[in-house]
Write a protein that binds this ligand. Structure first.
Ligand SMILES: *Cc1c(COP(=O)(O)O)cnc(C)c1O
Length: 426
């Protein structure tokens, strides 16, 4: 399988090259040259997630240097529980937050780390992973690479603009993970990463890669959990489920759509957004156009310009095709609050603000057989959730462990020379 740029089908590379590069040289995103068709009967009735992932992803790894490692990569990275819980007649929830940093980004980050460290082994120079984060991604990437030999991680985050628990997940690792508190916003962090990766002398000294969310190595394992959950739902209930996906940068939505494309029993993909309206505006008939970002309670979905829209437009053959394939619903902060407040009574669940957008959409839909995709543990957003439900949320053990560790971050100005000096300081 070769991977092409969404902007230029004649630029084709191997999977390993697509993962090592992240972004195509023309600024496009890598997508498979063509999608395989996979018969759901391929999977046994009780197949585990790592087993489904290894079978499903085999055609995506075919012919690549990583192909013989695929089984090991799946077992190593998909090693935490991903339960599909039936809530009530016609509704289930897929809990993606049982990994080390309690959000679904652990899945993609761990799979990417497992791939990159195997690609890294073939080069003498140490690998530096640069990651700019607005909160969740940096922690997941740090956790995934912490303690791996031959890899160094630099996390850049906007000082004072992440939650206290998120900051712990960025700064409490030590060892091969270093955190830089940038005096600027998320865009400033992203600019520093791009500039560092393009800096000729730095590139001569270090092999660098970026673990941002447009890397195809983060998307592929997400395709696998949609496959596993749709097969499991059909096995239990004899019906094909639709997925309701809390969406920001649209990576999770692209993965769900790819799963449907390869033949998995995914009836429909519905997007839940917060008050950032670029996606709903587009699907209701306006041309695709990024909008200024607004701040909401579901911070990880505060995206005005979703990068993975490019993959959806590519998959569905343009704007009209995308509109006929997908529906999206906007959920504002008032509704997020209401759903969290009523969660224990209505569903017997404590929802985080991101999952709450999907639950709000479920409550609006009258048909049945829906899987709500739960992207984060509510304890990560306790300052929002606890006042609404009137009690404390128990902290998952991995998060509790990290909260007890000392933090360390290097404060820097948003300036390339300053960053390079700090990165290279002994
Ligand atoms: C990143 C994130 C999202 C948005 O996912 P996309 O793939 O960017 O659409 C939703 N919920 C949580 C908790 C996240 O961290």
């Amino acid at each position: 399988m070769r991977y092409v740029s969404t902007r230029d089908p004649s630029h084709a590379v191997s999977l390993s090259a697509a993962i090592a590069r992240g972004l195509a040289p023309d600024g496009g995103l890598y997508v498979p040259e063509q999608f395989p068709t996979i018969d759901p009967a391929t999977f046994g009735p009780d197949a585990s997630l790592p087993h489904v992932a290894a079978l499903l992803l085999a055609p995506f790894f075919a012919g690549d240097a990583l192909e013989p490692e695929l089984g090991a990569i799946c077992r190593e990275s998909l090693s935490f529980p991903v339960p599909l819980k039936d809530l009530r007649e016609g509704t289930a929830v897929l809990e993606l937050f049982h990994g080390p940093t309690a959000a679904f980004k652990d899945v993609g980050a761990r799979f990417l780390a497992a791939c990159l460290s195997r690609i890294a082994a073939e080069d003498e120079r140490a690998l530096t992973i640069l990651v700019a984060t607005s909160g969740d991604t940096g922690g997941a990437v740090a956790a995934a690479f912490h303690g791996r030999p031959g890899v160094e991680v630099a996390v850049l985050y906007p000082a004072g603009m992440v939650s206290a628990r998120q900051e712990k997940q960025l700064t409490a690792w030590g060892g091969n993970v270093r955190a830089f508190a940038v005096r600027g916003d998320f865009d400033a962090c992203q600019r520093l990463v791009k500039a560092a990766m393009a800096h000729p002398e730095l590139r001569a000294r270090r092999r660098m890669s970026s673990a941002n969310s447009i890397n195809v190595g983060r998307l592929l394992p997400q395709v696998a959990y949609y496959a596993w959950a749709s097969l499991e739902y059909r096995r239990r209930h004899g019906a094909d489920p639709g997925f309701i996906v809390p969406s920001g940068n649209l990576g999770n939505a692209a993965a769900a759509s790819w799963s449907r494309r390869v033949g998995m029993p995914v009836r429909e993909v519905v997007l839940a957004t917060n008050a950032n309206l670029a996606i709903t505006r587009f699907l209701s008939g306006q041309p695709w156009s990024p909008q200024p970002t607004v701040s909401t309670l579901a911070t990880a979905m505060d995206v005005g310009s979703a990068s993975n829209m490019e993959r959806l437009l590519h998959l569905f053959g343009g704007e009209e095709g995308t509109r006929s394939a997908l529906r999206a619903f906007l959920v504002d902060d008032n509704e997020i609050r209401r759903v969290i407040r009523e969660g224990p009574g209505t569903w017997g669940e404590v929802w985080d603000p991101h999952t709450a957008t999907a639950v709000a959409v479920r409550e609006r839909l009258e048909t049945r057989d829906w899987i709500v995709v739960s992207t984060a543990h509510p304890a990560k957003f306790e300052s929002v959730v606890e006042p609404l439900i009137g009690r404390e949320i128990p902290i998952p053990p991995d998060l509790a462990h990290l909260l007890d560790r000392p933090s360390h971050a290097t404060p820097i100005e948003p300036d390339l020379d300053t960053f390079i000096a700090a990165l290279e300081a002994p």
